[in-house]
Write a protein of this length. Structure first.
Length: 254
């Protein structure tokens, strides 16, 4: 048995059974803190909790903010830091609170009406697929999304070449989600798929093949490489693309 007329008795009770805080008439601060320290949701049984108890509750479980009327900024911030989705239980959160939430969980932008560019970018930089909750994202947001996760491209209708290239560089298979991908995006995919690169001597390789001089890649012998035979239709363009990449890389080394 617990002597609920004493601080010690109240604390002992709620330490073992936090939800029994509701059975105590006018529980002391220590008992309140002990209860919410075990489970933030027990805040629902505490009438008019002070700021200290509110903070302890949301630090234990951010969703406990739903039991606080008109929480102050400090409590709002602590809540979304512990659980970003607590944002949905805050009426009219300011930008600081919104930014704190989406920076920790980009999907929380779903709870923000007409998010500004700063919030959109923070959301997709944290999780590219947060793009699904942004209406008519601008180019900057689209690019940030696919840089975080190339597969976010599937959420973009008619992506421009710049977005296609960024996505393909992250995941070359994402090109399969593009209707009529632009040629340069297809060529970039080949570079990535077959690890075409230039070494310090100016030689080029594909996959695990030996390094070969640029002249080889610009000759008809390239059509005999087994790894590239499925892409014969764009090999002429691929040769030009390799030469362009080669010239850019070698120019930087001068």
């Amino acid at each position: 048995m617990f002597d609920l007329t004493t601080v010690e008795g109240q604390v002992a009770l709620v330490t073992n059974h936090p939800y029994l805080i509701g059975r105590i008439k006018s529980p002391c601060i220590k008992a309140q803190l002990a209860a919410v320290g075990e489970d933030g949701d027990t805040l629902r049984y505490i009438k008019n909790p002070c700021l200290t108890v509110q903070l302890a509750a949301v630090r234990q479980g951010g969703m406990a903010i739903q039991y606080i009327k008109r929480p102050c900024l400090e409590v709002q911030l602590e809540a979304v830091r512990e659980e970003p989705r607590a944002l949905r239980h805050i009426d009219n959160p300011n930008r600081e609170v919104q930014l704190e939430a989406v920076s920790r969980n980009g999907l929380c932008i779903e709870y923000i009406k007409n998010p500004c560019l700063e919030l959109q970018l923070a959301a997709v930089q944290e999780y590219g697929y947060a793009l699904q909750f942004i209406e008519n994202p601008c180019l900057e947001v689209q690019l940030a999304a696919v840089r975080n996760n190339g597969w976010a491209l599937e959420l973009i209708e008619n992506p421009c070449l710049e977005v296609q290239l960024e996505a393909v560089r992250r995941h070359n298979q994402v090109i399969l989600y593009i209707n009529c991908p632009q040629l340069e995006a297809r060529l970039e995919r080949l570079l990535i798929m077959y690890a075409v690169c230039v070494n310090r001597e100016g030689l080029i390789k594909v996959g695990s093949s030996d390094f070969k001089p640029l002249e080889f890649w610009l000759s008809n012998k390239i059509y005999k490489i087994k790894e590239l035979q499925n892409h014969s239709a764009i090999l002429p363009d691929f040769q030009k693309y390799i030469k362009k990449k080669y010239e850019i890389i070698m120019a930087k080394r001068k």
